[in-house]
Design a protein around this ligand. Structure first.
Ligand code: FMN
Length: 215
């Protein structure tokens, strides 16, 4: 198993897979990596469907802009957000867990103030759709945990954000209106070894120079 840094450096988008099946343990390990991801207020809005059936993979390929590697991969994770993770009932449950597990005592600033937390907790249930961006951001963290774990296990993956024209995945899996697909992640043994895609240099991603540190 690779270290996190090795997995980050070695991960590539893999778009050709060997037909070999992957062990159930690997599937579980990848899902565990998602489960352990961080999320704002520990909402954990991610939900997954594990697809191994040939016909389902063919349908997924068609929906996801006919990308052949989706059908080729032995396992495809359909990654969704569940907006009900932001309902008042879920909020209360998570908050109680934080108290029970002693996490509340580790909070800082406004969040350490019981009155502020109470306000936050008692906000009425708004239209759950307003939480979509946050739910997607949190779920993307979980999906990248999955991609890195796949690499660490000697597997390959490729993020797929091309999820069809709208509604097809919902229909295919009979999803609730509050459950929205945000990514598809085919995983399997790589049948290619692509060179790293270029990245822009550090100087282009720093909005100001690094602080000069004196010893
Ligand atoms: C949110 C997201 C959606 C993506 N969707 C697709 C996709 O639909 N098809 C595809 O071939 N690659 C897709 N990619 C992969 C990117 O093209 C790839 O990560 C990028 O070119 C860098 O290459 P690397 O992953 O090999 O480092 C997606 C990546 C992300 C993060």
């Amino acid at each position: 198993m690779l270290t996190v840094t090795q997995a980050i450096r070695q991960r590539r988008s893999i778009r050709r897979f060997k037909p070999d099946l992957m062990p159930d343990d690997a599937i579980l390990e990848i899902l565990e990596a998602a489960r352990l991801a961080p999320s704002s207020s520990n909402r954990q809005p991610w939900r997954f469907i594990v697809v191994t059936d040939k016909d389902e993979k063919t349908r997924l390929r068609k929906i996801c802009f006919d990308q052949a590697f989706i059908e080729e991969a032995p396992v495809v994770f359909v990654c969704c957000v569940d907006l009900t993770a932001y309902s008042k009932a879920s909020r209360e449950k998570r908050s109680q867990e934080s108290i029970d597990y002693g996490v509340t005592e580790t909070l800082s600033g406004y969040f350490a103030d019981p009155a502020f937390r109470e306000l936050f907790l008692n906000e009425p249930d708004s239209d759950l759709n307003v939480h979509f961006t946050s739910a997607m951001a949190n779920t993307y963290i979980a999906v990248e945990h999955m991609a890195l774990t796949a690499t660490a296990l000697g597997l390959g993956s490729c993020w797929v954000g091309a999820l069809g024209e709208g509604g097809e995945l919902t229909e295919m899996f009979g999803l609730q209106p509050t459950t929205l697909p945000v990514a598809v992640l085919p995983v399997g043994y790589p049948a290619q070894d692509p060179p790293p895609r270029p990245r822009i240099p550090l100087s282009d991603i720093l909005l100001r120079p690094l602080p000069v540190r004196s010893k």
